[in-house]
Design a protein around this ligand. Structure first.
Ligand code: HEC
Ligand code: HEC
Length: 455
């Protein structure tokens, strides 16, 4: 069935998944609708504020926006912050982006798609990591706009003055948001006042695509948490949501879980050299499948955690989630008071499935590697790189169209501009490790690259 579903449009696949899964708990279609329509957090800002935010932009963008019509200005704002339209026209969805719920009063509330829904080669795909999202810049410019308009600041506006949100476009400090939210709760998720703040190691991460969820017994890059619907609720643990509300929402999150389980990887939209890919498959089976599994008719996925010393990629994320933070998670309602299997010391990173890997650049958990070609050529990875065209897609190297730098150019000294550059010399952003492709010849690498497009 998997093979057939990959060829169907998203919504049809969903309908079939629903028919086939009638007996199991959770309604995938409802889960998707909830994410688009139901605000689980207090609103971030209103339409009026969003429509004025261009006044905070640097020149010459500000003048350009000032001369543009409202619609064009909104389009520019979507582009600046990494927002996209919704993939299917839905009743009353209006001009709302995929990444925010917009209610009838025009209030915008961030949803899961802010980080988990984006576009590749110009195509919008729910569940795709949003590699364009500029959360920090959006929050800063919205805050200044509100101050200019004498509007009250939200909790998010204030919180973001103390907690860094993300230092590179497309990546966020999401793991530390999770730690901060859980630190204010007891095991039953009642709100408590802690005397001291939890230990925090701020760092940015690139989220994984949601179509891997169904293959994983344990989620997150270190595979520390057993998959379950309650785990999906971490992001809504803001103070405004008391324990009763969370329990009321549990059924919603069963449906959101079902939706995540139903998502299929998108197919590579360009031509593939089948003969070359076939040769690549043989090299892949020999060198890569033991960790990443097999694809096609005989799907396997070993859920294998590779010790940090062996994988050698950036270790900040592994250490940032302290034993204390992991224990707090393990003992809470989220992990069913320890009934779920939570790993307190995973010791490494989970080799992810590679379904749809053509679409999920940049690579590695911190998003440090711009293309698959760079994954396969460890000694050629750039120290600093940035995307040059919003919807540019490089079919040769498989990933965004980029330019590279040996050191940060002067343009990047301005803080907002700097977030456009991925600087691998900074904390938590190393592009080292994963030297397994060194075992391949150049010809084999070329073939494996072609094969990876077919997954
Ligand atoms: C601010 C960005 C952000 C938002 C908003 C967000 N996530 Fe995530 N999510 C991430 C990042 C980053 C990771 C990777 C964390 C890790 O591996 O340690 C992640 C990981 C996950 C995973 C694990 C996937 C896997 O294959 O291991 C799931 C499931 C998930 N998020 C679901 C959700 C849901 C459901 C929501 C909304 C209720 C949500 N996320 C909101 C950034 C976000
Ligand atoms: C010993 C286990 C192991 C072997 C062998 C291995 N990998 Fe990996 N691979 C990993 C792990 C673990 C990660 C995650 C690293 C991280 O994000 O820090 C990874 C990440 C990747 C990624 C990035 C995925 C993403 O979405 O970010 C690609 C692509 C990849 N591997 C391809 C390959 C190819 C091709 C081979 C064979 C030449 C291979 N790997 C061999 C363990 C392995």
């Amino acid at each position: 069935m998997t093979g057939v579903m990959r060829h169907l449009p998203h919504f049809l696949g969903l309908a079939i998944a629903l028919a086939g899964a009638a007996a199991s708990a959770g309604d995938a279609e409802r889960g998707y609708r909830l994410l688009l329509a139901k605000p689980y957090l207090p609103p971030d800002f209103d339409q009026e504020t969003f429509d004025e935010v261009w006044r905070e932009w640097p020149e010459p963008l500000r003048t350009e926006a000032g001369q543009a019509a409202v619609e064009e200005r909104r389009r520019m704002a979507f582009s600046r912050y990494g927002l996209t339209r919704r993939p299917l026209p839905r009743k009353n969805s209006g001009a709302a982006p995929l990444q925010y719920v917009v209610d009838e009063a025009g209030r915008w509330t961030m949803n899961c798609f802010a980080c988990h829904g984006g576009k590749v080669a110009g195509r919008v795909i729910p569940g795709l990591p949003n590699s364009h999202y500029a959360l920090q810049t959006l929050s800063e410019e919205i805050r200044s706009t509100k101050l200019d308009m004498e509007k009250p600041l939200s909790r998010m506006d204030l919180g973001s003055m103390f907690l860094p949100l993300g230092t590179t476009r497309g990546t966020t400090n999401a793991v530390m948001f999770g730690v901060a939210l859980l630190a204010n709760r007891d095991a039953e998720l009642n709100l408590v006042n802690r005397l001291s703040l939890p230990e925090m190691t701020h760092h940015d991460m690139d989220p994984p695509p949601w179509w891997h969820f169904k293959k994983k017994s344990h989620i997150y890059i270190d595979g520390f948490a057993e998959r379950g619907h309650r785990g999906l609720m971490q992001f809504v643990l803001v103070k405004e949501n008391g324990p009763e509300k969370l329990r009321q929402w549990e059924d919603d999150f069963r449906d959101i879980y079902a939706y995540l389980m139903s998502i299929e990887a998108p197919e590579y939209p360009f031509e593939i050299n089948e003969a070359l890919a076939g040769r690549g498959e043989r090299a892949f089976l020999k060198n890569c499948a033991e960790c990443h599994g097999t694809y096609g008719d005989e799907e396997t996925y070993p859920n294998r955690i590779v010790p940090i010393e062996e994988i050698g990629t950036d270790r900040v994320r592994l250490d940032a989630l302290t034993a204390e933070a992991r224990r707090r998670y393990d003992e809470s309602w989220i992990a069913e008071f320890g009934r779920q299997e939570t790993r307190l010391d995973p010791g490494g990173y989970l080799a992810p499935p590679l379904d749809g890997v053509w679409a999920t650049a940049p690579y590695f958990h911190n998003g440090s590697i711009p293309t698959l070609w760079h994954v396969l050529h460890p000694s050629e990875r750039p120290a600093i790189w940035r995307r040059t065209r919003e919807d540019g897609y490089d079919r040769e190297r498989v990933g965004p169209v980029i330019e590279t730098f040996a050191e940060l150019p002067p343009a990047a000294y301005e803080p907002r501009e700097r977030r456009e550059y991925f600087d691998t010399t900074r904390f938590g952003k190393s592009a080292a490790g994963h030297h397994f492709p060194d075992a391949l010849t150049e010809d084999e690498k070329h073939a494996v690259l072609e094969y990876l497009k077919t997954l």
